[in-house]
Design a protein around this ligand. Structure first.
Ligand code: NAP
Length: 256
């Protein structure tokens, strides 16, 4: 018996990193997974990995910042599996590290349109579908940068604080309709995104682990699977009284 047996989940940004680990974790716990990403090659690889392990998955290429793509993603999921039980709004970009006063409109707009507006567009469509089918659960990817500031990352920090706000609002608006909405706030997790941030911060002289292991009280950065486990639990019936929560999974980072 899996934690999410026979539930259907949509995961955005599931072609790599935390999204891929989450897709694999859902499949191994019994869910049918709609693997979505802007990168169809990465998403196809995730679907392959799930099918090789005996799971069920469908690929939908979608850019979460485009309303038409998001509508097509939700329609395809409902057409394929009948309903959406769970949704993980994970797609995100880090952008460039730039001091506040030098920030460019382009960097700000790109990050906000994917991380914040993309999450908003997905949530709207997911909630509409869940209202029709009688409920569901949503987990959004915020960040420790949704709880505290990080120098050089103002647009990213603003987008992730915004994701926490969307999460709380939807939780209070739809709790009585059987929809739970939570956000997870990872610390440094070993993915391409963290490599990019470490590259930018150190000019390529340090790996993400070299730079960020010591910054976490637990002494290391996290693994994508360690975030995936929390997300799957939040979507499972075991978390039936958890909604509107913004939960760090950060090796103690924000406890400092
Ligand atoms: P990642 O390894 O870069 O994977 C992100 C995936 O999302 C990639 O496949 C990417 O495709 C895709 N994507 C980018 N823009 C998209 C769009 N507009 N529509 C659909 N898919 C899109 O990142 P990650 O580290 O797994 O991060 C996943 C989430 O966790 C993000 O929201 C991130 O902000 C959050 N997070 C990460 C960390 C960390 O340390 N890694 C910490 C806190 C929070 P391309 O590769 O083609 O761009």
């Amino acid at each position: 018996m899996g934690l999410v047996d026979e539930l259907t989940v949509i995961i955005t940004g599931a072609g790599a990193g935390i999204g891929r680990a989450t897709a694999l974790c859902f499949a191994s716990e019994g869910a049918q997974v709609v693997v979505s990403d802007i990168d169809s090659n990465g998403a196809a690889e995730t679907v392959n990995m799930i099918e090789k392990a005996g799971g069920t998955a469908t690929l939908v290429t979608a850019d979460v910042s485009k309303p038409a793509d998001v509508a097509a993603l939700i329609d395809m999921a409902v057409a394929t599996y009948g309903k959406i039980d769970c949704a993980v709004n994970n797609a995100g970009i880090e952008g460039k590290i730039i001091p506040f006063a030098d920030q460019t409109d382009d960097n700000f707009d790109a990050i906000i349109s994917v991380n914040l507006k993309g999450t908003f567009l997905c949530m709207k469509a997911e909630i509409a579908a869940m209202l029709k089918s009688g409920g569901g659960t949503i987990v959004n990817l915020s960040s420790v940068a949704g709880l505290i500031g990080f120098s050089g990352l103002a647009p990213y920090v603003a987008s992730k604080h915004g994701v926490a706000g969307l999460t709380k609002n939807a939780a209070l608006e739809y709790g009585k309709s059987g929809i739970r909405v939570n956000a997870v706030c990872p610390g440094g997790i070993d993915t391409r995104m963290l490599d990019s941030l470490a590259d930018q911060a150190t000019g390529g002289t340090q790996s993400s682990a070299q730079m960020m292991d010591p910054l976490h009280p637990i002494g290391r950065i996290g693994k994508p699977q360690e975030v995936a486990d929390l997300i799957v639990w939040l979507c499972s019936p075991r978390a039936s009284f958890v909604t509107g929560a913004i939960i760090p999974v950060d090796g103690g980072y924000v406890a400092q």
